[in-house]
Ligand binder design. Structure first.
Ligand code: DGY
Length: 328
C-alpha cells in the first residue's frame, strides 16, 4: 500500500493546515460536521481505516478495538492524554498507539498559571463586577483576594507540564513542592528549589495552592477524594488542568460549599462536557472549558506530530511517540 492510498480516518475537524497536509500525504476522511462520533461510528471507522486519528472525547474502548479489522495498523491520537483509549486492548491486537506529547506543555502550563493567579486574585469576579456596573471607584476593602508571592505550591505530577508550571510559579515567588511517583532528578530539584513529598497526604495539608498535573490512569482516578480534600487547608486553592477524573468532583463541590477550601481553578471536569452544577454556580471557582492547549500553534504542532508518527510507522520505523501501556 502506498502512503497516498493509506485510509486515515480523522474523528474531528483539525486545523486547516493539518488537514491540507494530510490530504497531500494520505487518503484521509475528515469529519466535516465535527460532531463527535458515537460508538457505532467509531466501530465503523476502525473497520474501514488503515489508521484512525481520534482525539480526547472519542471513547476507543475494548469494544471499539474488537471491531477493528486487521487492516487497522495504528491509532495516532491527536492529543497527549490517552485515557480515552484502551491502549492495552489495542496493543494486544497489534495496533500501534501514538500521542502528541511535548508540544502542548508550555501552553498548558501558561493556562495553569493563569488559574493559579485567577482564583486567589479574583480576576473573574473583578471582570464580572466591572461589567455589571458595580465599580464605583477604588476601595481599601473591595475585591480583596489572597497574595500569591511567598505561598507554597504543591504540584501533583512533576512531568513535562508539572515542571513547566514550576518554572513559571517560581518566577512568581511561589515555593515549589511536588508529589510524584519518583523524585525528579537532582538537577531539576535544584533548578526549581523544589521539595519532594513522597506522601501526598503530608504535602496536601501544608500547601496554599495545589495544582494537578498528573495524567488520568487507574492509579490516579479520584486521587483527590473526599478524605484527601479534607486534608487541605481551608484557605487553600485547588487548580486542575490535567483530567477531571483525578478529582472527585462531587467531593470538591461539597468541600467548597462547606468552606473547607477557599477556591478552585478548573479547566477539566470529571464528566466532560458536563460540569457539576454546584461548581457552575459557585463564586469560588474559576471555570474554563478545557482550553489548556487551545492555541493555534499547539494545535498545528499536534497535527504535525500526528503526521510524523503516521509517516514513521508507514515507513516501517518505530514511531517517536509510541504509547506503551504500563501493564504489558
Ligand atoms: C491532551 O492533549 O490530552 C490535552 O488535554 C488537550 O488539551
Amino acid at each position: 500500500m502506498t502512503q497516498e492510498r493509506t485510509r486515515v480516518i480523522v474523528t474531528r475537524r483539525l486545523p486547516e493546515p493539518v488537514e491540507n497536509r494530510m490530504s497531500e500525504l494520505f487518503d484521509p476522511v475528515f469529519n466535516e460536521t465535527d460532531i463527535p462520533m458515537d460508538a457505532a461510528a467509531l466501530k465503523a471507522a476502525v473497520a474501514e481505516a488503515d489508521i484512525l486519528v481520534p482525539t480526547l472525547g472519542d471513547r476507543i474502548d475494548a469494544d471499539v478495538i474488537a471491531a477493528a479489522s486487521p487492516r487497522l495498523k495504528m491509532i495516532a491520537n491527536f492529543g497527549a492524554g490517552v485515557d480515552h483509549i484502551d491502549v492495552t486492548a489495542a496493543v494486544k491486537k497489534g495496533i500501534i498507539v501514538t500521542n502528541t506529547p511535548g508540544v502542548l506543555t508550555e501552553d498548558t502550563a501558561d493556562m495553569t498559571m493563569a488559574l493559579i493567579l485567577a482564583a486567589p486574585r479574583r480576576i473573574v469576579d473583578g471582570v464580572g463586577a466591572l461589567r455589571n456596573g458595580e465599580f464605583s471607584g477604588w476601595s481599601p476593602t473591595w475585591m480583596l483576594g489572597r497574595r500569591i508571592w511567598g505561598k507554597k505550591l504543591g504540584i501533583i505530577g512533576m512531568g513535562r507540564i508539572g515542571c513547566a508550571v514550576a518554572r513559571r510559579a517560581k518566577a512568581f515567588g511561589l515555593e515549589i513542592h511536588y508529589h510524584n511517583r519518583q523524585p525528579a532528578s537532582p538537577m531539576i530539584e535544584d533548578a526549581l528549589d523544589a521539595t519532594y513529598w513522597e506522601s501526598l497526604d503530608q504535602m496536601l495539608s501544608r500547601m496554599d495552592i495545589v495544582s494537578v498535573n498528573c495524567p488520568h490512569t487507574p492509579a490516579t482516578y479520584h486521587l483527590l477524594h473526599a478524605r484527601r480534600l479534607k486534608l487541605m487547608k481551608p484557605e487553600a486553592y485547588l487548580v486542575n488542568t490535567s483530567r477531571g477524573e483525578v478529582i472527585d468532583e462531587a467531593a470538591l463541590a461539597l468541600a467548597l460549599d462547606r468552606g473547607e477550601l477557599a477556591g478552585a481553578g478548573l479547566d477539566v471536569y470529571e464528566h466532560e462536557p458536563a460540569v457539576n452544577p454546584k461548581l457552575l454556580k459557585s463564586p469560588k471557582v474559576v471555570l474554563l472549558p478545557h482550553m489548556g492547549s487551545a492555541t493555534i500553534e499547539a494545535r498545528i504542532d499536534m497535527g504535525e506530530k500526528v503526521i510524523i508518527n503516521i509517516k514513521t510507522v508507514l515507513d516501517d520505523h518505530s514511531a517517536p511517540d509510541r504509547v506503551i501501556p504500563d501493564d504489558l
